[in-house]
Design a protein around this ligand. Structure first.
Ligand SMILES: Nc1nc2c(ncn2[C@@H]2O[C@H](COP(=O)(O)OP(=O)(O)OP(=O)(O)O)[C@@H](O)[C@H]2O)c(=O)[nH]1
Ligand SMILES: [Mg+2]
Length: 567
């Protein structure tokens, strides 16, 4: 086929351009109106004119290497026929008596063939019918038969061709196989003279045999002898150099190449912009994360205030506990417990623990709600900023919204968990235990003495020992009064001491809670910052989507450079 090098480069370029256009489409890059895609794939139109039976159709078939146009010994081509590529054979009449014939012949993807009725055929098309086609053709072949290349009708047709058309016209002497080789130069000489006379210029003249050419092209071996006898090698080289590799065609290739290159450059700029936008977005998200950290630190710094509020409630609880202790240490209740056993330290410890638990719970719930309100208020500012900058709504703040109760629960649970540990350090029970044990021991001894004395008084009274029983009974009563005094004084010292001890331990209690309280704040803010995870994921997805496009771009860039060398 003529122009194979040209078509190979063109097809490669067309393929790359298609990929580039696809990439541009995927990327949302619009083709600017002032820079339309050049039609690099437009086939080359070859036209053949000449007298009836000159071998026009056969010549077109020989160039195609396959029988596209019907050829026969009898006058055959009755109308202008335009052979074009089509998936299946189909014919359609055009205005002006032109019959468009679609054929599934690969050759027709690169060349369109214009076959015409003989210049001397009856019912031949009028010049105004055929001339526009000849003006549009990139290569016009005036076909003569070697047996009689002098027919006036064809030379008249040559004389009528415009200067522009003559620029693209060659004379073809067909069926040379029917002449002796030595006759050919003589025929060509005469034709040259006639051509000069008729057109004023020396058009190229090619003596060929379409019959041998088609034979060679159809033969699996290539039939070198037939090929050489067809003289098609020189003719096709000429078509290649004049038409396929013409300045106009090269220009289309270059235009197409530059268009592809410009699109690649615009894509590169777009990718650069997208990449920079993503970096900016990442930086923007880091900024928001910093805001979240700052908010967290602000609340961490305010933590001592919360803890001191908690300590106020601790002190109130201490007052209540000590009040309870005092009521338990009354003389009568103490004496009863002397016999039943004293569980006061354990009971007070349990009571204190319950109170502190309640304190932690209400304080935790309140603090967590306050922190979540701060998070929600901050998210109100984050949401529109993300939507405006990144083009999508990150949604409501979950941690302060649908998951609010869970978050509060976690925050409070953390604080509650810290309470037993902090109380253990205070030794609420361990401090009270020995004091009460000592007191109970003393009281037990004194009460026992009083009871013994009372018993003794009873015995002495039974024995009739005069006034002695009364003295002993008085001593017993005095001992009991003593026990009341002891109970009263120790009640005061123990409860005051216990109170001081618990109040002195308040800072220790607070510092034992501090670490857990801080950790609870950190956890809550960590959960809050998770709201940006979806935003980060979106950004990562965009980055991941860009990567294959960048690789595709790179491959297309290299391929386009390679085509430039081929061109
Ligand atoms: N020997 C020989 N015969 C040829 C050659 N080319 C064509 N012929 C014969 O010439 C006759 C006419 O060929 P066509 O190709 O139909 O000629 P055409 O100019 O298209 O004729 P119309 O369409 O009728 O105007 C046919 O019988 C072909 O077989 C050739 O190179 N050598
Ligand atoms: Mg024909």
């Amino acid at each position: 086929m003529p122009g194979e090098r040209y078509f190979a480069a063109r097809d490669r370029l067309a393929e790359i351009s298609t990929h580039i256009a696809g990439l541009a489409r995927d990327t949302g890059l619009e083709v600017p109106e002032h820079d339309p895609v050049p039609d690099v794939g437009r086939p080359i139109l070859l036209a053949a004119i000449g007298e009836v039976n000159a071998g026009k159709s056969s010549l077109l078939n020989a160039i195609a290497g396959v029988e596209v146009c019907p050829a026969a010994a009898l006058p055959l081509t009755k109308e202008i026929r335009l052979y074009r590529y089509g998936g299946s054979a189909m014919e359609r009449a055009h205005d002006g008596g032109v019959l468009e014939c679609r054929r599934p012949v690969p050759f027709l993807k690169n060349f369109e063939l214009l076959d015409t009725p003989g210049t001397n055929a009856t019912g031949r098309p009028e010049p105004e019918q055929i001339d526009p086609w000849l003006n549009a053709a990139e290569f016009v072949m005036v076909v003569f038969t070697a047996e009689n290349p002098w027919t006036a009708a064809t030379w008249d047709a040559v004389s009528r061709l415009s200067d522009e058309t003559l620029e693209r016209t060659v004379l073809v002497v067909q069926r040379t196989d029917l002449k002796q080789p030595q006759d050919i130069p003589i025929i060509l000489g005469h034709m040259r003279d006639l051509c000069l006379k008729r057109t004023g210029r020396a058009l190229p003249i090619f003596p060929v045999s379409a019959k041998y050419c088609l034979e060679a092209k159809s033969s699996p071996s290539g039939a070198p002898e037939a090929w050489s006898a067809s003289r098609f090698a020189v003719f096709e080289d000429y078509i290649s150099s004049r038409v396929c590799e013409s300045f106009a065609r090269r220009q289309i290739l270059h235009d197409s190449w530059h268009h592809a290159s410009r699109t690649l450059r615009r894509l590169e700029e777009r990718f650069d912009l997208t990449r920079r936008g993503m970096d900016d977005d990442a930086w923007f998200l880091t900024g928001i994360e910093r805001e979240m950290d700052a908010l967290r630190d602000e609340h961490m710094l305010a933590a001592p205030r919360s803890l001191s509020a908690m300590l106020d409630r601790y002190r109130t609880a201490v007052g209540d506990i000590v009040h309870h202790l005092r009521s338990r240490l009354g003389w009568a209740r103490t004496v009863v417990r002397l016999f039943l056993g004293d569980t006061s330290p354990a009971a007070l410890e349990a009571m204190f623990a319950t109170r502190m638990h309640e304190v932690a719970q209400s304080q935790g719930d309140g603090d967590a709600a306050r922190l979540l309100d701060a998070c929600a208020a901050h998210w109100q500012t984050v949401r529109p900023r993300v939507a405006e900058r990144m083009g999508f709504d990150p949604g409501p703040c979950l941690v302060a919204g649908v998951k609010r109760d869970e978050s509060i629960g976690r925050f409070t649970a953390r604080l509650e968990k810290a309470v037993p540990h902090a109380l253990a350090n205070l030794r609420v029970r361990g401090v009270l235990d020995p004091l009460l044990r000592r007191r109970n021991h003393t009281l037990k001894l004194v009460v026992a003495i009083a009871l013994l004395l009372a018993t003794l008084a009873g015995v002495l009274g039974t024995l009739g020992k005069g006034g002695l029983p009364y003295y002993v009974l008085a001593a017993s009563g005095a001992t009991l009064v003593g026990s009341v005094l002891i109970a009263w004084t120790t009640l005061a010292t123990i409860s005051i001491g216990y109170r001081e001890r618990l109040l002195d331990s308040a800072p220790a209690y607070a510092s034992a809670l501090e670490a857990d309280y801080g950790e609870a704040i950190r956890t809550l803010f960590h959960e809050y910052s998770q709201g940006l995870i979806e935003v980060r994921r979106q950004l990562a997805d965009r980055k991941a989507a860009l990567q294959p496009r960048l690789e595709h771009w790179n491959n297309l860039f290299i391929a386009l450079k390679a085509v430039e060398l081929e061109m």
